[in-house]
Design a protein. Structure first.
Length: 117
């Protein structure tokens, strides 16, 4: 399984970014993004299931929108109204569900998002 993320960068507060991630090598059932800021634990940003259900971290609700194309195994994250506290390494994550008890997680290399004036 390979994941290739792109689209991070430096943006001013209030700005927008749209990172995306392409996955290959398997069939996936959940695709999403996590982030980790310096000195903090990794946290869920947003995820979308093959069935179209979405889940967002509380701090990004109303500002970020996740979209997944399971035919192409691509997931993107539209980020608006960015704040300095959104600064973090953003990791693409995909999940293959083998059974309800066995799920395989795969992680991308991380793309840096910096929100600063």
């Amino acid at each position: 399984v390979q994941l290739q993320a792109s689209g991070g960068g430096l943006v001013q507060p209030g700005g927008s970014l749209r990172p995306s991630c392409a996955a290959s090598g398997s069939i996936f059932h959940v695709m999403g993004w996590y982030r980790q800021a310096p000195g903090k634990e990794r946290e869920l940003v947003a995820a979308v299931t093959r069935g179209g259900s979405t889940n967002y971290g509380d701090s990004v609700k109303g500002r970020f929108t996740i979209s997944g194309d399971y035919a192409k195994n691509m997931v993107s994250l539209e980020m608006h109204s960015l704040k300095p506290e959104d600064t973090a390494l953003y990791y693409c994550n995909v999940v293959r569900v083998i059974t309800p008890q066995l799920k395989l997680d795969y992680w991308g290399q991380g793309t840096l998002v910096t929100v600063s004036s």
